[in-house]
Design a protein around this ligand. Structure first.
Ligand SMILES: [Zn+2]
Length: 324
């Protein structure tokens, strides 16, 4: 079993280093405008780069994956009910539009709670075919601890984590081992947001970044105006991979999400069939970990729920979030 887990994890490290050319061209952070033509999230590429260069992070990654697989194999569930994650929102703004309101922050937290609680109203759209494997309530919730605001003259942010450090014009994380830090910045070009995975738990740069136009709902930019960029990025923060496994017919390490050829965009029509290894399957494009528009994503799977719970259990990589 251990060998299998190690092989799986090691295979992922290797596959993650093979860049997906489609994703590469989409990571359009050279754009001078603040408009995302298509959903783009470089979290996996950034993770692959870190794992390539950091042996200690690789070891954490492999150990975490072994723990996750063990949690799933033994059929464990969070023994003490729901984990209510404390959130610190760090807002870096140049314009008043970028200085998102407290109301919009509350709205975003509410979206996270609905999506992770399975109480999102559009959950009713989950196809019958996938209703047996839907997550329902993941037993993960979020509550706002505090909001930190800082004005800046910076017009453009990249994926180099500058927003996470005061010395580079950003805002230092608040106790990243115990609080989920979320940074909102004005403009990341074509990128909507990015996240760190659990092997970064407690590091200075641990957390999620979202570009202001895609944060919350009121005043957000269509078609990414239902707060689902945060749902997707928090999915990564809780150890979920892109549903296509960041490779052609790749592996997201979740058994109940059908293998699909690649990312889906826009508003696909159900059913959508992909053929991988000669087998045609109806794919779960309505999953939060795909790249479809906010209105077209409305579910996590039970397998994804198990992965998220595994990192939040008392021995999980993100157990520090349970103390408040
Ligand atoms: Zn992503």
């Amino acid at each position: 079993m251990k060998k299998t887990v190690f092989y799986l994890a090691a295979a992922f490290v290797i596959s993650a280093c093979n860049h997906n050319p489609e994703t590469e061209t989409l990571a359009d952070d050279n754009s001078t405008t603040n408009v995302a033509a298509r959903r783009s999230c470089p979290s996996e590429e950034l993770r692959a780069e870190m794992l390539k260069n950091d042996a200690a992070a690789r070891e954490r990654f492999i150990n975490i994956e072994a723990g996750v697989q063990n949690f799933i194999a033994t059929g464990k569930v969070l023994s003490d009910g729901t984990v209510d994650i404390p959130v610190v929102v760090n807002v870096l703004y140049r314009t008043s539009a970028e200085n998102i309101s407290d109301a919009r922050i509350a709205e975003q937290i509410a979206v996270l709670n609905a999506d992770f609680g399975g109480t999102n109203t559009d959950a009713s759209k989950i196809p019958t075919e996938f209703s047996t494997v839907k997550a329902g309530d993941t037993k993960v919730r979020f509550h706002l601890i505090k909001t930190v605001r800082k004005s800046t003259t910076k017009t453009k942010w990249g994926t180099n984590d500058a927003m996470k450090k005061a010395s580079t014009g950003g805002i230092d994380a608040t106790s990243p081992a115990n609080y989920f830090n979320l940074w909102v910045v004005g403009n990341m070009g074509g990128i909507l947001g990015y996240a760190t995975f659990p092997e970064s738990a407690g590091l200075w740069n641990d957390g999620v970044v979202i570009a202001a136009p895609y944060f919350g709902k009121t005043g957000a930019t269509s078609p990414y105006n239902l707060g689902r960029t945060a749902t997707h990025e928090v999915g990564h923060y809780l150890n979920l991979r892109h549903i296509w496994g960041d490779a052609a017919c790749g592996n997201d390490l979740v058994a109940d999400t059908p293998t699909q050829t690649g990312a889906n965009y826009g508003k696909p029509t159900y059913p959508l069939y992909n053929t991988c290894s000669g087998t045609s399957r109806s794919v779960m494009f309505m999953n939060y970990m795909d790249y479809v528009d906010d209105a077209s994503m409305f579910m996590f799977s039970a397998g994804q729920k198990a992965r998220a719970q595994a990192v939040l259990t008392s021995s999980g990589a993100r157990s520090g979030l349970r103390i408040y």
